[in-house]
Design a protein around this ligand. Structure first.
Ligand code: NAP
Length: 497
């Protein structure tokens, strides 16, 4: 990728083969109804492909074959060391197709090619390889029971697991779900987001090429309200792993209760507090304050959308962040120097524009951006946007905008900073910036989020768990901890005579 130009990527886009069918029983198939739904390039509005629009009948067929594969033990009964080999081979195949996948993701999501090549594809490869390599190194337990007994505590696969994922990081989120659920021996059905199904469809056949038995991984594109709901209410799906919005996550918990109590793990929205003390490295803090909210056009669950700044540096720090915002002006995602692409679609753009209007009406002070740019491209590009003079009670500070909009507010002491950070229904991610380790650690410990950075934002790796407190969810992706979401604990109690 390093030496590819805009012209190279544009030429490659013209010849890219795109598969839009569902992946069922190891083959690409149309939906039983024959229905399709188009997917578009958010940067231009052009149609990329017609994609199978699967419905409940496709789900029932996929669940039946997933169950049969699970019961036969073709994968669930395979020795962990053999499952490892398949997953590692799959990671290698994805790596071999890295450029084509990065291009596909760029076209389908509108993400800058610099990100899909450097972040999305490598993250998927690393996640699958790491989970594969880990699975034959996880031991079960023998507890300290009396000498005439022996108890075995094992982690066993749930059975048939469904994964429902959103459109903002389709490939990496898909990998976060598939790698641990497959590594632990489940049969898995993935429903990608309707806007961005292409990379998940593409990597499915690579899993088969790597040796994954048929029906162990199936990818069913289709609408959330119909196919997704049917999956969540299904009586023969044992586990549901979801990444998406908090309202849909709440519905899925209800569906679980109304159906078979399938284990339901949720990764949901956020409203990340990013707290900056006056003694911080302000250059680095300002650079990252902008990156934390403008990366991926702000369509990031962990985005640092609430910038909570010590009052005495308010105006100086806002100036620095405004300077940084200029580095995030949107551009053509296929251009290797572009840092920010378009919003995923018109609906998302309109929702962001509405929040900008709300911010103005709430009397927040719009100090940068606020409008649409590059309208002649056919894409919905929103400027990086900064509101100063925000209070934590305003809607722009409380609600997840999911766009490149930053709300800046101020505090005067440590307790107030912590109170403001925690005054949110969300608890996904945040950060604190200070050179005083005592203050930094006190704040980091007190802010109720799943991931907290000290003098960094977006810190993370496959080796550490990722997930939310409060209404940001209840599951954990990544690391060995993710294996827990896809397994049941089983005790076998043995008595000796
Ligand atoms: P969304 O509307 O909740 O959709 C997510 C997925 O759920 C899509 O596949 C969607 O299908 C499906 N869905 C929608 N309604 C459903 C229903 N009633 N039953 C079953 N499935 C249903 O979220 P989004 O707009 O795609 O993504 C943005 C949200 O995801 C934000 O809130 C963001 O914070 C969150 N997110 C969280 C994390 C995290 O790890 N915590 C990471 C990324 C994103 P359709 O595409 O067909 O609608």
């Amino acid at each position: 990728m390093a030496d590819k130009t805009l012209a190279d990527w544009q030429a490659a886009a013209k010849t890219l083969q795109i598969e839009g069918r569902a992946f069922i029983d190891g083959k690409y198939l149309d939906a039983l109804s024959g229905k399709v739904r188009p997917t578009h390039n958010p940067a231009t509005g052009e149609k990329l492909a017609d994609v199978a629009c699967c419905g409940p009948e496709d789900a029932d067929r996929a669940v039946a074959s997933a169950r049969a594969a699970f019961d036969k033990g073709v994968w669930s009964g395979m020795a962990p060391i053999e499952r490892k080999k398949v997953l590692v081979r799959w990671a290698e195949l994805i790596e071999r197709h890295a450029d084509a996948l990065a291009l596909l993701e760029c076209l389908d999501v509108g993400k800058p090619i610099a990100d899909t090549t450097a972040v999305d594809v490598p993250s998927a490869v690393r996640t699958i390889r790491w989970s594969g390599e880990a699975i034959d190194k996880v031991y079960d337990e023998i507890p300290p029971t009396p000498a005439d007994t022996l108890a075995l505590i094992q982690r066993l696969p749930l059975g048939v697991v469904a994964a429902i994922v959103p459109w903002n990081f389709p490939l990496s989120t898909t990998a976060w779900k598939l790698a641990p659920s497959l590594a632990t021996g489940n049969s898995v059905i993935l429903k990608p987001a309707s806007n961005t199904p292409l990379s998940a469809i593409r990597i499915a056949i690579l899993a088969t090429e790597a040796g994954l038995p048929d029906s162990v991984l199936q990818v069913l594109p289709g609408s959330g309200g119909s196919l997704g709901r049917h999956i969540a209410l299904h009586m023969d799906i044992d586990g549901l792993t979801f990444t998406g919005s908090t309202p849909v996550g709440k519905q899925l918990m209800e569906y679980s209760g109304r159906s078979n109590l399938k284990r339901t793990f949720l990764e949901l929205g956020g409203k990340g507090p990013n707290i900056v003390f006056a003694d911080a490295n302000l250059d680095k803090a300002a650079t990252m304050a902008a990156a934390a909210v403008f990366y991926n056009s702000g369509q990031t669950c962990t985005a640092g959308t609430r910038l909570i700044v010590e009052k005495k540096i308010e105006s100086e720090f806002i100036d620095r962040v405004v300077d940084q915002a200029k580095n995030w002006m949107p551009g053509n995602p296929l251009c290797p120097t572009t840092t920010m692409g378009p919003m995923i679609d018109e609906g998302q753009y309109r929702s962001v524009a509405e929040y900008v209007d709300i911010g103005r009406a709430e009397q927040a002070d719009l100090v940068f951006g606020g409008g649409r740019v590059l309208a002649d491209t056919g894409g919905y590009y929103h400027e990086p946007t900064i509101f100063a003079g925000t209070t934590n009670q305003m809607r722009i500070a409380r609600e997840e905008i999911f766009g490149p909009v930053l709300s800046v507010m101020t505090f005067t002491d440590v307790d107030e900073a912590i109170r403001m950070a925690n005054d949110s229904i969300y608890g996904l991610a945040g950060a604190v910036w200070s050179r005083d380790i005592n203050i930094a650690h006190r704040v980091a410990a007190a802010v109720r989020v799943g991931t907290m950075g000290i003098n960094n934002y977006f810190g993370g790796d496959i080796t550490v768990p990722f997930g939310g407190f409060k209404q940001s969810g209840n599951g954990r992706d990544k690391s060995i901890h993710a294996f827990h979401d896809y397994t049941e604990l089983k005790t076998t109690w043995i008595e000796f005579e």
